[in-house]
Design a protein around this ligand. Structure first.
Ligand SMILES: [Mn+2]
Length: 324
């Protein structure tokens, strides 16, 4: 749908349920909170429901809104006449309980900036794959709705932009991204404060996990591919959380020869995920989408449905053919 169509809907409807993907990150939370505060400010009834809790570091933004787990929803809160807005992802990635809830709402709309090779198969939604972050899209929506963006909304939006652009460095950082950043700083947002919270507030356990995972580093294809692995024992023994392992994948990309960084990681319950990061030459979606996952050309991932060793072999073989 176009921005115009979405704006019309946001103006006409009254009840909104906002949600996002499992293990919500800075962009997921930032966009939820900013949009919820913005819609409330123009008189809408808004509830934010997330299957997974966010990391503690995001308290400074998510304390502004009561985020409810789906099991705590009252019956009268989950019925008809509610428009579900799925931010930063597609409805399938919101968690099991959220998917049950999706049967009860009257409409589901994704607001997302992820890329895809299969655009024709996308569910109903407003998609801007060129946007740096969902937060960037939310800023534009709030402006178009004539919402007065306050400091709480501004900090939430800035957080998502910093998170998704690697502090305004990654490929989708454009002039509009920096323009919004500038507008938010004028509003009173403190970039150094946000940087410290996002990038310099990891736990000691997380640092230990980083060192263990990096010790599994392997190279393939003349050092163009780096691969790291995190079995669940490594995670549990470090005392860290699965969420805190998210950034390790970026470290191998600091090496000149490495074009793609691959990370196989197992959560506490034993489920494996694979994440891929590229410097831009290689399209990570060419691996992630055939495996049932998604993301961006430079950052994608998928959940494993078959044994790790088998998938690992298959990924490395496909990469050999695709990396030219
Ligand atoms: Mn995002």
């Amino acid at each position: 749908m176009t921005q115009q169509t979405l704006l019309k809907l946001l103006k006409e409807e009254y009840r909104f349920l906002i949600t996002t993907h499992e293990s919500p990150d800075g962009d997921a939370l930032g966009s939820e909170i900013a949009l919820a505060l913005g819609l409330k400010s123009i008189g809408k009834d808004v509830i934010v429901v997330n299957e997974d809790k966010a990391e503690q570091r995001y308290n400074f933004i998510d304390s502004k809104i009561d985020i409810v787990p789906p099991e705590n929803l009252q019956d009268n809160e989950q019925n008809l006449n509610t428009t579900m807005l799925v931010l930063d992802t597609l409805p399938d990635n919101t968690g099991k309980k959220m998917q049950m809830l999706q049967r009860k709402v009257s409409r589901i709309i994704s607001i997302d900036h992820h890329d895809t090779n299969q655009a024709s198969q996308l569910p109903q939604g407003y998609y801007q794959p060129k946007a740096s972050s969902t937060c960037e899209m939310v800023y534009d929506l709030l402006k178009a709705l004539n919402v007065k963006i306050d400091l709480s909304m501004g900090e939430a939006i800035f957080t998502g932009m910093v998170y998704d652009t690697g502090s305004f460095r990654y490929k989708k950082t454009g002039s509009h991204t920096l323009f919004i950043g500038s507008e938010l700083v004028k509003l009173g947002v403190n970039p150094f404060k946000i940087h410290t919270i996002i990038n310099q507030s990891n736990t000691k356990a997380s640092l230990i996990l980083h060192s263990r995972v990096l010790s599994t580093l392997e190279f393939f294809q003349n050092d163009r591919i780096a691969l790291i692995t995190m079995p669940k024992d490594m995670l549990i023994e470090s005392g860290s959380t699965f969420e805190e392992s998210q950034t390790i994948i970026n470290i191998p990309l600091g090496c000149r020869s490495v074009e793609v960084s691959i990370f196989f990681k197992q959560d506490e319950t034993g489920r494996w995920k694979c994440s891929l990061r590229s410097k831009g030459h290689f399209n990570c979606l060419n691996i992630a989408e055939p495996m049932g996952g998604g993301g961006h050309s430079t950052a994608a991932g998928f959940k494993l449905k078959e044994p790790m060793e088998m998938i690992r072999q298959r990924v490395l073989e496909s990469m050999e053919q695709l990396l030219t």
